[in-house]
Design a protein around this ligand. Structure first.
Ligand code: ACM
Ligand code: ZN
Length: 757
């Protein structure tokens, strides 16, 4: 009796609360991307077959989208009437903005444009059961919470890219991809249509693009870095017909998505040159490439090539009404241009300084042609080299520098830095992840992106149009794999480009992602789920070393062991940071009561002499690869063998670095060890040598064992020496040599734990 009374008082108090209008607690109404302003009100709207819908012609696309979405359910059919009303509101400032008022007896969508109303509909969609997504909703009515939302995106460019050169996907899949973008209020699909490994767009004037350039004889099996490289022996290829392309462009347009085609030049054009060898410098017959990478067969900037490209663009422009056309511009080795008579003559005739200016000339000519047809170009950030074409928009992929430089030159930019936007990178440290190109881009890092670099003034920041996720498909042979790499990272990106970075909170976002899984299931999307993984950090608190753990999932517990055994339902429950007094092999796992979730997290902690030491580095950490700061080099934890972008590796671009480790007291030094990443395909090179000085002693030079292994180990032994301070000089490898990926660019140095025994 007593208990019941308490309970009913509690319920009453709760009801009282519910009756008041209150700002929605973060995550209470779980919409992705989160609306910029939302309030949860009392009551619910009951949607059923007696609900009527009314809309003006100008908001027809969005209203009809809503109607067909609802009518995918088995038993609800909307009537004529004004229970759901779409209203044009020209006072809404942002063309893509909207307001959505759900009251117990009405739903009101207001927007200036059909596109704004479409985003209101996508919000409303997420207030309905996921069973609507696949038509399995089978009740006669559904309750929709009363909310009041006013919303508009932060950026006008909200994009996703897809490379169909390396692998090709059906028209149905492209539509599914476009559908997902629309659901997440993204508005641009960057379709990467031409590559060394295959030309994927039908060009009627050049039949060999279909017959030759669209097919490769075989494909690399396994990772590019694996030796020896093996191939599958199977012909692979295909292309999209102009009819199919029109169908996709129309489908996307009906969802307010602009399709921007990319026709790569002057590089990544080996497939086209295989079909028409006269487009290259040498005229030599080459084959359509069988593996990823960067190839030296690039278009020769001669009149024949310009005539070819202009004719190609004539057909492309007929198919794609987009304001922007992407012309590539990345990774074009100048090796052949340096040896080519015609190229050298062009450099002379045009008074150009070098091959970079020749590339700039190439791009500018194409820009001029496209501008004359009323279009604008986008190019990868290499188009800055040798001078930016006058009206070009830059897509900054090699980090943030391209974006900063372009915005400072008052050119529009789109952020796609590899560190935050490359969805071909690994998303988990779990060793069982499917093969990927490398790198490490977990969900949280995508979410942490602020597309506006700090270096820009408010005025310059206006040139930042937005950001985009890139999906290079060398290691994505099928649609299931594409989905796995794209989801859930696209959810994070959709919010990055929609919502101001100050409004974002990763933990709260993660709880919405968990909730979103049901919708992705209903859509038959093969998403990755790493929410039940554990993250840990070694901390030095008042001379005590402790290990702190957390998981993104809410309401779950972590159990752990310290001696390498698998955690079970009987293992210690994690409550506070664990004291580390010796080297341990920690294993931990998320549990929901007794049930194991996710996978086991495992962390070896090596309590060597430098753990907890003070460490300084003479260079600022690189914004893209800051690891967990300099202290991460002496935290007892080594980086992953494959994921150089994890918290333990520090990356520096082209810089010589000097590190000072202060052990705080004089200690015996027997050995100093560290590791360098050497993922040359990703432009990462171990240094050729390093220099070490103990205490006040002079620097001693140690050569590194140069080879192509992915990790280069370094260890030096000291005989009975003592020191309090250790200094290391690590000169950068230098410029990447010809013939290698990224040739001519500065190499990256990636260094791991510095282990002192
Ligand atoms: C690129 O990833 N090569 C733009
Ligand atoms: Zn040439």
């Amino acid at each position: 009796m007593q208990i019941k009374k308490v309970l009913s008082v509690f319920l009453f108090v709760q009801l009282l609360f519910n009756c008041q209008e209150n700002a929605i607690q973060k995550g209470e109404v779980k919409i992705i991307p989160m609306p910029s302003k939302q309030t949860l009100n009392e009551g619910q709207f009951i949607l059923s077959s007696s609900t009527g819908i009314d809309y003006p012609e100008a908001l027809k696309v969005s209203a009809e989208f809503l109607k067909s979405f609802i009518e995918q359910s088995k038993r609800i059919r909307l009537n004529k009437g004004n229970d759901i009303q779409f209203i044009i509101d020209t006072s809404i400032e942002n063309d893509e903005g909207y307001s959505l008022q759900i009251l117990p007896n009405s739903i009101e969508v207001k927007a200036k444009t059909d596109q704004g109303a479409f985003y209101a509909v996508q919000t409303l969609r997420q207030l309905l059961s996921p069973d609507f997504e696949n038509g399995s909703f089978n009740a006669e009515q559904v309750y929709i919470p009363c909310v009041s939302i006013t919303d508009a995106p932060q950026f006008i460019y909200r994009g996703m890219h897809l490379d169909v050169g390396r692998h090709l996907f059906s028209v149905d899949f492209i539509k599914k991809y476009v559908d997902a973008l629309a659901m997440l209020k993204m508005n641009t699909f960057h379709w990467h249509l031409t590559e060394d490994q295959g030309w994927r767009i039908e060009i009627k004037k050049y039949p060999k693009l279909q017959e030759v350039a669209a097919y490769r004889n075989e494909t690399l099996i396994g990772h590019y870095n694996a030796q020896p490289q093996l191939f599958d022996g199977k012909k692979y290829g295909g292309y999209y017909t102009q009819e199919q392309i029109k169908e996709i462009v129309a489908y996307a347009s009906a969802r307010f998505i602009t399709v921007i085609p990319e026709i790569e030049l002057p590089g990544h054009s080996q497939a086209a040159i295989a079909a028409y060898p006269e487009l290259g410098c040498t005229g030599e017959q080459v084959e359509v490439a069988k593996k990823g990478g960067v190839f030296e067969n690039i278009y020769c900037p001669k009149e024949e090539t310009f005539a070819f490209l202009e004719a190609v663009f004539d057909e492309v422009l007929e198919l794609f009404p987009s304001k922007y056309i992407h012309i590539g511009g990345d990774e074009a080795p100048k090796t052949n241009w340096k040896k080519c008579k015609s190229c050298q003559q062009r450099i002379k005739d045009e008074g150009l300084k070098d091959e970079h200016e020749l590339q700039s000339y190439f791009i500018s000519r194409i820009e001029e042609y496209l501008n004359s047809k009323g279009r604008q170009i986008i190019g990868w950030d290499e188009i800055l080299e040798g001078g930016l074409a006058p009206n070009a928009t830059v897509m900054s992929w090699r980090g943030f520098d391209g974006a900063i430089e372009a915005a400072k030159q008052h050119h529009n930019v789109i952020l796609t830095p590899g560190s935050h936007c490359y969805f071909d990178h690994y998303q988990s440290e779990n060793k069982d992840e499917p093969l990927a190109i490398g790198g490490f881009l977990p969900l949280e890092k995508v979410y942490s992106l602020n597309p506006i670099p700090d270096e820009l003034t408010e005025e310059e920041a206006k040139y930042v149009l937005g950001a985009q996720g890139n999906v290079w498909t060398e290691y994505m042979p099928n649609t299931k794999q594409v989905e796995y790499m794209v989801f859930p990272r696209i959810l994070a990106l959709s919010e990055v480009v929609w919502l101001n970075s100050k409004e974002r909170n990763y933990k709260e976002f993660a709880s919405r992602v968990e909730n979103f899984h049901k919708r992705l299931d209903a859509l038959d999307i093969n998403y990755a789920n790493h929410l039940f993984e554990i993250e840990g950090e070694l901390l030095s608190i008042e001379n005590n070393i402790v290990y702190q753990m957390e998981t993104s999932s809410k309401g779950k517990i972590i159990r752990y062991t310290l001696e390498g055994s698998e955690p079970t339902a009987d293992s210690e429950v994690y409550k506070e940071p664990v004291s580390i007094n010796e080297s341990v092999n920690l294993k931990a796992r998320v549990f929901d009561a007794e049930e194991k979730l996710g996978t086991t997290f495992s962390q070896e902690i090596n309590l060597h002499k430098a753990v907890g030491a003070t460490i300084t580095i003479n260079k600022e950490l690189n914004k893209s690869y800051p690891g967990s700061g300099a202290a991460g080099l002496v935290n007892g934890i080594s980086g992953s063998n494959y994921r150089y972008g994890d918290k333990e590796w520090l990356g520096f671009s082209g810089e010589d670095i000097e590190i000072v480790i202060d052990l705080k007291q004089v200690k015996h030094i027997h050995s100093i060890e560290t590791r360098f990443h050497n993922g040359q395909g990703q432009w990462i090179y171990a240094p050729k040598e390093i220099e070490i000085a103990l205490g006040n002693g002079s620097f001693e030079v140690f050569e590194l064992n140069a080879n192509e292994d992915l990790i280069i180990d370094f260890k030096s032994i000291f005989e009975g020496e003592k020191a309090k301070e250790i200094r290391l000089r690590i000169p950068n490898y230098g410029i990447i040599p010809d013939g290698k990926q990224g040739a001519g660019n500065k190499a990256w140095t990636f260094i791991d734990e510095i282990i002192i025994n």
